[in-house]
Ligand binder design. Structure first.
Ligand code: MEV
Length: 443
């Protein structure tokens, strides 16, 4: 039985590795060597990575690919994409070329505010709080003056403070709902620091208010919301339906089938989940490459997809007067300063590759990446199916698993050039080529 370990985080990295490998692996020496093999050879770079989180043992490599030829608002971009799924970058690049030939992508930032809350309970008559909210608000703004000064100098700050009665949802539950403009930063620390100051002031306001009962107000939490329905971006493409024609399929037919696919994702949560997952393939890859918080973005997008009360598609499409228009509208709270943006050397390069965008430009680029990915998926799904492209990209993973040589890879890739490389068929072909017995199914 494994023994628990006390004070692990206080041990040196070497001692942690020693404990980890000796207690959790069949071959500690081989494991240690493998972990160390993934360390960066520049100690300073490695130290940065070590300090991102607690108990860093090694680095987890993820491919950093690029998808060129994205024409966005008339400007050409190469998108940095950090992702492990084999077909995502290829799909992005394909969509980029497709839409470059049809006018490119357009983006529009619709709003940029973020929201945070002081969640509190008041077990009494809260009407005095509402009546005197104007003076409470003044006090809250006063309490956060120092914290907001820098952000205000950059054009941001607190944009509104509201007292919200939530007692219909939960007995005694109220909120201070605060909106923020955080300019080029994602703003989580700024928002949370402000909310913590406000919570203190709310408590002291209540304690000193003659009409509010003593000890009846309790602050439960002060935290930003990752749901950002006031921080919305739209990306779109549009072209005459006739321009969508490809071998064997008329533009009208393609547009009709494509729209049906979106209608299905709107009508049916099982499909909507996969549909939106494909969108997040494109979004997360850019979010990770640019050092942003993909969990926050995922959470916000999925809540937004459910805003009607049912989980639906994040992309939309219409055909009017012979024009096909296709767009995505999503909440994206992103930063290009703070967080990892200056710390992770590849994040610095990813942002440079994008022309050092401000937060609003990055919102547009990320939305385009989601739209492009969804377009590639739906285009394949309503025509040839996705397995052809997907398995073609996955072929190298299968061959690497089989430890195929470079020469074998070239030969096998050539053979599967015009076939869907299903796993079993690749294994069979590989074994025949090598002259080794084909393993039994399941072994
Ligand atoms: C695979 O990662 C993503 C897709 O399943 C998305 C979709 O079905 O729309 C291809």
């Amino acid at each position: 039985m494994k023994e628990p370990i006390k004070g692990f985080s206080k041990l040196s990295k070497a001692a942690k590795l020693e404990w980890l490998t000796q207690n959790n692996f069949e071959n500690p020496e081989e494991t240690l060597e493998l972990f160390q093999g993934y360390w960066h050879n520049d100690e300073n770079v490695q130290r940065k990575h070590d300090d991102f989180i607690e108990n860093t043992m090694t680095n987890y490599y993820m491919p950093f690919g690029v998808a060129p030829n994205f024409q966005i608002n008339g400007r050409l971009y190469t998108l940095p994409m950090a992702i492990e799924e084999s077909s995502v970058v290829a799909a992005a690049a394909k969509s980029a070329s497709y839409w470059m030939a049809r006018g490119g992508f357009k983006t529009e930032v619709l709003s940029t505010e973020k929201i945070g809350h002081v969640h509190f309970m008041y077990e009494g008559d809260a009407s005095a709080l509402f009546r005197d909210f104007t003076s409470l608000e003044l006090e809250l703004r006063e309490a956060t003056k120092e914290l907001t000064a820098n952000m205000e100098a950059r054009g941001g700050g607190i944009t509104s403070i509201e007292l919200v009665d939530k007692t219909d949802d939960l007995d005694h539950y109220y909120q201070l709902e605060v909106c923020f403009e955080t300019c080029d930063s994602m703003g989580a620390n700024f928002i949370n620091s402000n909310l913590e100051e406000m919570a203190k002031r709310l408590e002291s306001f209540a304690a000193s208010h003659s009409e509010l009962e003593e000890n009846k107000l309790e602050v439960v939490m002060r935290i930003l919301s990752n749901y950002t329905p006031k921080c919305i971006v739209r990306a779109s493409v549009s072209c005459p339906v006739t321009d969508l024609a490809s071998e064997g399929t008329s533009g009208e037919d393609f547009a009709r089938k494509f729209k049906r696919a979106i209608d299905i994702a709107n009508a049916e949560p099982y499909r909507a989940t996969t549909h939106n997952k494909g969108i997040m393939n494109g979004i997360d890859a850019l979010i990770i490459a640019t050092g942003n918080d993909f969990r926050a973005v995922e959470a916000a997008c999925h809540t937004y997809a459910s805003k009607s009360g049912q989980y639906r598609s994040l992309t939309h499409c219409k055909v009017e007067d012979g024009i096909f228009t296709y767009w995505i509208e999503i909440p994206l709270a992103l930063g290009v300063v703070g967080g990892l943006t200056k710390l992770h050397p590849l994040v610095v390069k990813a942002l440079e590759m994008l022309g050092k965008p401000n937060a609003e430009e990055l919102m547009g680029i990320v939305a385009v990446s989601g739209l492009a990915q969804n377009f590639a998926a739906l285009r394949a799904l309503v025509t040839t199916g996705i397995q052809k492209g997907h398995m073609k990209m996955h072929l190298m993973n299968i061959l690497n698993q089989l430890e195929a040589t470079a020469e074998e890879k070239v030969h096998i890739a050539e053979y599967f050039k015009d076939k869907v490389p299903h796993h079993r068929e690749v294994v069979n072909y590989f074994c025949n080529l090598r002259g080794v017995p084909v393993p039994k199914v399941g072994s």
